[in-house]
Design a binder for this molecule. Structure first.
Ligand SMILES: [Zn+2]
Length: 218
């Protein structure tokens, strides 16, 4: 077997596998997965949306979570749903890869089962689809009606069905995250080290429920 003596010009050194693995695990650990998941309400189980309870980027309405930029390696706020997919799949996605939500999902959903990597073009197509659907669904009157039905004891699932919105949207309204100007509910934010607080509502009797549903529908 001949010994290869030919020298090639040293290429721009790509990371060796072990180095790449170190960078990856460092980037993932900087996302602080336990802290990340403490800001996600996964209490509904695997098959429903997991609303993000932490802070939101005002410019685009996505959840945000501290991490490091894959481009510069500097600390920065990163999109929460992106962090969710990265932590769940133990991979750091290249910046050109977008993280897309399943149909009917809210921007705040962090259930990895509802997230998939995609292209910018797919992202735009999804946004157009969701925008077209959303625009018609809720206005102040419909939100008032939804709140009335909730008071009357109608479940979140039926509210989502009835108003053609996602469970996250219903959850956001009932926790005061959105439409608080109509509901007057103050958003409490995530509670440290546990499940998010539920707004306290006295349980109405069946008779009261029936009556309130009638009233809310009339
Ligand atoms: Zn979802």
């Amino acid at each position: 077997m001949g010994k290869c003596t030919k020298k090639t010009a040293a290429p721009a050194q790509p990371l060796r596998i072990t180095e790449a693995r170190d960078v990856l695990s460092e980037q993932l650990s900087l996302l602080d997965p336990p802290r990340f998941w403490s800001k996600v309400d996964s209490s509904g189980g695997q098959h429903v949306c997991w609303p993000w309870l932490g802070s939101i980027t005002l410019s685009n309405g996505y959840g945000q979570h501290p991490g490091v930029s894959p481009l510069t390696g500097r600390p920065t706020m990163r999109a929460a749903h992106r962090c969710a997919l990265e932590i769940a799949t133990r991979s750091v996605l290249p910046p050109a890869v977008r993280v897309l939500h399943a149909k009917g999902c809210s921007k705040l959903c962090c259930n990895p089962k509802h997230l998939r990597p995609g292209t910018a073009a797919e992202n735009t197509a999804d946004a157009r689809r969701d925008g077209a659907l959303r625009g018609k669904r809720l206005d102040a009157d419909r939100v008032r009606k939804l709140l009335g039905l909730h008071q009357a004891g109608v479940t979140r699932e039926s509210l989502a069905d009835r108003f053609g919105v996602s469970l996250v949207t219903v959850h956001s309204i009932l926790t005061g995250r959105t439409w608080s100007n109509i509901s007057g509910i103050e958003f409490a934010g995530p509670r440290k080290g546990g499940r998010p607080r539920k707004p306290k509502v006295a349980k109405p009797t069946m008779e009261q429920r029936r009556q309130r549903v009638q009233e809310a529908l009339s």
